[in-house]
Ligand binder design. Structure first.
Ligand SMILES: [Fe+2]
Length: 495
């Protein structure tokens, strides 16, 4: 799809604002379209298609004709000819085959990934993850390379794998490496659920830090990394829901935006997984949730972190972050277009009185409504420069009060069922006067979760004891949430 095509999707999704106004919004000075990071020029990117077509033809010729047939020699010659155009420009040609995608260097070949899906499947089936065609490659090396990539996967395995075959064939100027595995296995024997969830969380945070750096310097979002991160979050939410949800309560005052985006992704996926386990839907939801505030990364930091009230100009800048973000994601080839809809719609509100306004009003997408609930909850429970964090039970009550106006009432009901009235990590005072930390919600009673008691009624710290309030012989219940900062309790130390 062309860039105009993506921009049109954003405009269509933004709805019919006044035409002049819309032009300002889409092309406003603050909106910074992302540029490519690759060293390859647009011309070289286009030429990659020609090269891939020749590579595909080369593999076919080698498979269907005997080695000495003129069709093979011709295919080698034609492939070498396109390759030499890159080499004459002083660059090697690295091509990566990763899952459903093709990359030239670090740049995603979005359309070619669709056109050459058979080639991607064939190459990954023999374990070839990437190939670098270096300058100085000879036609005889290309011919030996063609013999390797046209072999059946079984034959390749018998010969010890594609890299062993490449070493044996002495391909001096062609380097083949194995298929890269970015995906964290959902179940690993040497790590428990908490460890896996922590790794996924830390990776997602790193991605957010990197993303801000790229976006503030006008560079493109690293799409394969976003996808890998989303997959790992989806796997963790589906397989280790409690361990992952516990982490979604992590906060950072200094890196609020990064933690917020990761938390919203986890909370959205947990809520989404109560509706469906459809992997495609959850992947889209995860990508949209993870990137929902990406537009804030082009808003002035002084405005975002201003302690006092915003001027009307500043407020207008903040209100445009869904549009800045949607423009960036829409212009990023390879990113799920439905994720762009989430980025655009997350502040639109269930009753459509939020922003950006669409005329005629159009219902928020289900995924956007899910992200809106998660966003509201995480924002309320975080400390900001302009507001204190609310206690978890207060935040849950506020969600309930906004059900039907700002938020989808059905989703709020599901979210309260998922998190409980006292979500994991809440520090609570029990009716006995003891202090505890909520470990996991009770699916049958939102007010009676499992709690780790950490202090006696007189305030003295005790060896932690886990109790299930729904089955407590002493009949204890929760009085209220407490502020962990006020108690000098580091929640993470007890989980
Ligand atoms: Fe936002």
């Amino acid at each position: 799809m062309t860039e105009e095509g993506y921009a049109d999707i954003v405009r269509a999704a933004a709805g019919a604002l006044g035409s002049d106004e819309r032009g300002d919004v889409i092309k406003g000075e603050n909106a910074k379209p992302l540029g490519p990071t690759s060293v390859f020029s647009a011309k070289q990117m286009r030429r990659a298609r020609d090269l891939l077509a020749r590579l595909y033809a080369l593999r076919r010729a080698e498979r269907f004709y005997p080695q000495e047939h003129p069709a093979v020699a011709q295919a080698v010659e034609e492939f070498a000819k396109v390759l030499s155009q890159f080499h004459e420009e002083g660059v090697d040609v690295p091509i990566t085959f990763y899952e459903d995608e093709l990359l030239l260097g670090e740049q995603l070949l979005a359309e070619d990934s669709v056109l050459f899906d058979q080639l991607i499947r064939d190459m990954t089936a023999i374990g070839a993850g990437s190939v670098v065609f270096g300058r100085g490659v000879s036609e005889s090396e290309i011919q030996r390379f063609a013999k390797i990539i046209s072999a059946d996967p079984e034959t390749v395995t018998e010969h010890g794998g594609v890299t062993a075959m490449a070493a044996e064939a002495r391909l001096g100027h062609i380097a083949i490496t194995g298929v890269a595995v970015y995906r964290e296995p959902a179940v690993r024997e040497d790590a428990d659920a908490h460890q896996l969830a922590r790794e996924a969380y830390a990776n997602a945070l790193d991605l957010m830090r990197d993303l801000e750096r790229l976006i503030r310097s006008g560079q493109a979002i690293n799409v394969p990394r976003v996808r890998g991160t989303v997959r790992s979050l989806v796997d963790n939410v589906l397989n280790n829901r409690h361990a992952t949800l516990e982490l979604a309560g992590l906060k950072s005052f200094d890196e609020y935006t990064f933690y917020h985006m990761v938390n919203v992704a986890i909370l959205s996926l947990a809520l989404g997984s109560m509706i469906t386990h459809d992997y495609r839907f959850l992947s889209t939801l995860g990508a949209g949730a993870l990137l929902h505030d990406v537009g804030k990364m082009v808003v002035d930091l002084e405005v975002l972190n201003k302690p006092g009230p915003l001027t009307s100009d500043e407020w207008e800048q903040v209100r445009q972050h869904p549009i800045f973000g949607a423009e960036n994601t829409a212009l990023t080839p390879g990113l799920d277009k439905a994720a762009t809809v989430i980025v655009l719609e997350h502040h639109m509100r269930y009753d459509l009185t939020g922003y950006p306004q669409r005329m005629p009003p159009r219902k928020q997408h289900l995924a956007s409504r899910i992200v809106a609930v998660a966003d509201a909850y995480d924002a309320m429970t975080s400390r900001r420069t302009y507001s204190a964090a609310r206690a978890q039970d207060d935040a849950i009550l506020t969600l309930v009060r906004n059900a039907g106006s700002a938020l989808d009432p059905t989703l709020v009901r599901l979210f309260v069922g998922l998190m409980g009235l006292y979500p994991p990590r809440s520090v609570v005072m029990l009716s006995s006067g003891e202090t505890g930390i909520v470990v996991s919600p009770n699916p049958h009673d939102v007010a009676l979760p499992r709690v780790r008691v950490i202090a006696a009624a007189d305030g003295a710290m005790i060896a932690p004891v886990d109790i299930d309030l729904s089955d407590d012989p002493e009949g204890r219940s929760i009085e209220r949430c407490l502020d962990p900062a006020g108690l000098n309790v580091e929640v993470s130390d007890f989980l």
